[in-house]
Design a protein around this ligand. Structure first.
Ligand code: GDG
Length: 475
């Protein structure tokens, strides 16, 4: 059996699913087969003249069946590749926020440099039959950099964030280079069918790609397979956490505290893609339009700190502080505060109990690749008395979770109405919707996601993958 090599910006501990999101999913794929996980250590080395640090030396350690290999980044690379191109160009543009993008010319140079560095350091560790799985927007040109060095392995790529439509993509000055480099992969996995449609439209209109079949495209002298592989969660892990002592304690504490009240919950990284200000506005509208919720409904919003060195995140923090302060000032009573806003990381073991105690989850991103919180909330519910999910139609998860109450998060009044509907929905309707949602996320869980993607990669018809291909020169 081929060894699995996973490459992502950051690595994690494959035995400890504490981190959530990508780390959980990637750890899961490696736990199934053993293998190598390669990425940035998270450390930054300053370069000082003669004492120029050997920041590109790799560190290796073995954790269970998995070999973890990481490298440090220089400060310049951290600023241009990570803070710059990845999080100030690709993240905002792929989430349709052209207004927040900073197209500084130094950023793309840093992005290319780090992708080439990853390729150079990874290549000597590879065996000829390794299956390589590259993750996310930080590493789009990695396969092209590996091919340029002669790597002929099967290489798959999964994009965790949305693929924007062609005209949004075209705002990136080097969009052609970026999209062309995806053709160095054998398989590109996206979160949803609408992402696949956007990608196909882009390469058909900008690169005159030929559509060989529903999933096969030919352009730049290469044939690429592309498909939707919606990421799932580890449901059994969630149920275990909900039933463990911490989960039960949390549930009982919250139920007691909010027994007379209606508890609404949001759990997100503090990120402008998650629609947090619009969500707080919709909650404010709920209190204004449906006064029976005053003194009763409480929104707990956990907003874990994220990318604090990127300016746009600082602005969002100030905006949230001010919105939450205003709503509490305007509506709060001595014994009731409408919003509990927590700008800290909450331990993962506490989340299932918190989800279960909540009547409604608000998952209302303006744009999101998938959104795992929506799925975690469903998994943690008591099937006999489940809470209701209010979900943005702009989250990738909306393609699968049709029985949630789907909203347009820009429509504050419409979202407030949906929240009221969720709060007052009959038990029968909640149970029916929850049954359907639960069976869908159980069928398409994280194990399904990993094995479907890896099976497709193993069996993809390989094209010109036996060495450098002409269009990768000069990456
Ligand atoms: C990217 C894409 C896609 C959140 N706050 C805390 C905490 N979390 C955990 C959640 C969940 C994870 O983080 C967040 O996952 P999401 O999917 O919601 O969002 P992103 O981080 O933006 O992830 C996204 C995902 O990749 C996977 O492909 O779904 O669209 O943007 O697991 O529970 N966990 C803890 N404390 C917190 O305060 N422990």
């Amino acid at each position: 059996m081929s060894r699995l090599v996973v490459v992502s910006n950051r690595t994690g501990d494959p035995r400890n699913p504490a981190a959530g999101g990508l780390a959980v999913a990637v750890g899961e794929s490696l736990r199934q087969t053993g293998g190598l996980w390669f990425g940035w250590s998270g450390k930054i080395q300053d370069e000082h003249g003669d004492e120029k640090a050997h920041y590109d030396d790799v560190h290796a350690q073995t954790v269970g069946d998995v070999q973890l290999v990481t490298l440090d980044l220089s400060r310049r690379d951290y600023e241009t590749y990570y803070l710059g191109y990845a999080n100030s160009v690709l993240w905002p543009v792929f989430h349709y926020r052209l207004d927040l993008a900073d197209f500084d010319i130094r950023f793309v140079a840093g992005y290319r440099r780090v992708n080439e560095l990853f390729a150079r350091k990874l290549l000597p560790l590879l065996r000829s039959d390794d299956l390589i799985w590259v993750h996310d927007y930080h590493l789009i040109p990695l396969a092209a950099a590996l091919r340029a060095l002669g790597c002929g392995n099967r290489i798959g790529f999964f994009l965790h964030i949305p693929m924007p439509p062609p005209l949004i993509m075209a705002a990136i000055p080097e969009h052609e280079w970026l999209m062309k480099s995806l053709f160095a992969y054998d398989l590109v996995g996206l979160q949803s069918e609408s992402d696949v449609t956007h990608f196909c439209h882009y390469v058909e209109s900008e690169a005159h790609a030929e559509r060989l079949s529903r999933e096969r495209l030919r352009a730049f002298n290469r044939t690429l397979r592309v498909g939707a592989y919606p990421i799932g969660i580890d449901i059994d892990e969630f149920v275990r956490l909900a039933e463990a002592k911490d989960g039960r304690d949390m549930f009982l504490r919250m139920r007691e505290e909010y027994s007379r009240r209606r508890l609404l919950l949001g759990v997100d990284r503090l990120d402008y893609s998650k629609g947090l200000p619009q969500r707080v506005e919709a909650f404010r509208e709920l209190l204004a339009r449906y006064p029976e919720n005053r003194n009763r409904a409480t929104l707990i919003q956990i907003a874990s700190p994220s990318r604090e060195k990127v300016g746009a995140y600082d602005d969002l923090r100030r905006q949230m502080d001010s919105l939450c302060g205003a709503i509490n000032g305007d509506y709060g009573e001595l014994d009731w505060m409408p919003v509990r806003y927590i700008h800290r990381n909450v331990a993962r073991k506490r989340l299932p109990g918190l989800y279960r105690a909540s009547r409604v989850a608000l998952v209302t991103p303006l744009r999101d690749g998938m959104n795992l919180v929506a799925k975690e909330f469903i998994a943690a519910q008591d099937p006999a008395d489940p809470g209701m999910l209010v979900l943005s139609r702009f989250a990738g998860a909306a393609e699968q979770l049709k029985e949630a109450l789907l909203v347009n998060p820009y429509d504050i009044e419409g979202t407030a109405q949906a929240i009221e509907r969720a709060l007052t929905m009959s038990a029968d309707e909640r149970i029916q919707r929850h049954d359907a949602l639960l069976s869908r996320i159980r069928k398409h869980d994280v194990h399904w996601w990993c094995s479907t993607f890896l099976q497709a990669l193993k069996h993809v018809e390989q094209d010109v993958a036996c060495g450098p291909t002409p269009h990768h020169e000069g990456l």
